[in-house]
Ligand binder design. Structure first.
Ligand code: GDP
Length: 222
């Protein structure tokens, strides 16, 4: 057995007939400032993570689309909030990756302002998907993001990406460590292993996101 198949956390269990939550996702809009945000419509799932953690790959894997989130990597679009529409009417929101050392200070500050305002105030937001490399979970910047987001009292689900790079034992330990670390922010903070290479964890992620999207909003949408 190869190292990759031996370390698969869980195979994809969704039957081929069941439509994927993200399949058929289409690019809708990009926002550079709060003014540009599309008016709140369907329920939203926001994806955030350190640059290079595997966010674009995870979005593409979930959407079964090779280059959907590649849009976000086009020059000029990396510092934008990118919105994708799902067939159900829900939206997938790709937040700019953080922690990239070459980003100038003023750009980082701008990003911080727009993203914290989005995460802090978007009424249609149902939960935050935190993308972290399974080998380096909960870096300082990840923790800062969790601190910012905590007042919303919305669920957070961490995808511990690149799990194919870990042995089964390492995967078990990484997951337990991340879950224990996330517990500090509350009971609605969950984690799972994920691999865009093997698609391990896709069904588990979808099950969580479906549950979020079915949860009615608290208070009026606006
Ligand atoms: P982003 O900056 O967070 O959007 O990260 P990318 O999706 O561009 O991925 C960064 C690098 O990690 C790329 O070289 C990807 O090919 C690689 N990568 C992403 N996900 C996986 C994964 O699940 N397994 C492995 N082995 N490599 C991955």
């Amino acid at each position: 057995m190869s190292k990759i198949s031996a370390s698969l956390p869980s195979p994809e269990t969704r039957s081929p007939e069941e439509p994927s939550l993200f399949e058929g996702a289409t690019y809708l809009a990009s926002a550079h400032s709060l003014r540009d945000l599309p008016p709140p419509a369907g329920p939203e799932l926001a994806f955030a993570g350190r640059s290079n953690a595997g966010k674009s790959s995870a979005i593409n894997t979930l959407a079964r689309h090779k280059r959907l989130a590649f849009t976000s990597k086009l020059p000029g679009r990396t510092q934008l909030i990118n919105f994708f529409g799902l067939k159900s009417g829900a939206l997938l929101v790709d937040l700019p990756g953080y922690g990239y050392a070459k980003v100038p200070r003023n750009v980082r500050d701008h990003w911080g302002g727009v993203v914290s305002a989005y995460l802090g105030g978007r009424t249609t937001l149902r939960g935050l998907v935190l993308i972290m490399d399974a080998r380096h979970p909960l870096t300082e910047l990840d923790q800062q993001l969790l601190d910012w987001f905590a007042p919303r009292r919305l669920p957070v689900h961490a995808l511990l990406t690149k799990s194919d790079k870990l042995s089964r034992r390492e995967g078990v330990d990484a997951l337990a460590g991340a879950r224990a670390g996330l517990a500090k922010w509350g009971p609605d903070h969950s984690a799972q292993l994920f691999s865009s290479l093997t698609r391990a964890g896709v069904a588990e992620a979808e099950a969580t996101f479906r549950r979020w999207l079915q949860t009615p909003a608290e208070g009026p949408e606006g």
